[in-house]
Design a protein around this ligand. Sequence first.
Ligand SMILES: [Zn+2]
Length: 127
Amino acid sequence: MNPNTATTPEELMRSRYAAFERKDFDYLVMTETNPEPMDADTKVWLASLTWCRLEIISAQGQQVEFNAYHLEQGVPYCLHERSDFVQNAQGQWLYDKGEVERIKLTIGRNDPCICQSGKKFKKCCGA
Ligand SMILES: [Zn+2]
């Protein structure tokens, strides 16, 4: 598990996205304000997701708004979230809460890939 060395909410957001990518659930739990062990079903579900791209929309004060593109069973989704972060007594940034909406995307196999590789979806993440 990586240590939490983020110095801004955006940095912590990026490090948490990277933890989703590498299925580092301990890091995700450790970087929340109310660390609760993750249940087995949640871990299985998260492990099944393929993350394609993080797009930071805005980062102001304690809030970060982003889109996280991912695939579930080959189906593309966009997780849109406005997250609030807080600093603990040691000055570490932690994820506090978020307003989340998950949108199923309609992407043709010949459309540009959601990861912005410039390739067609079917030749990239959708392969
Ligand atoms: Zn792709």
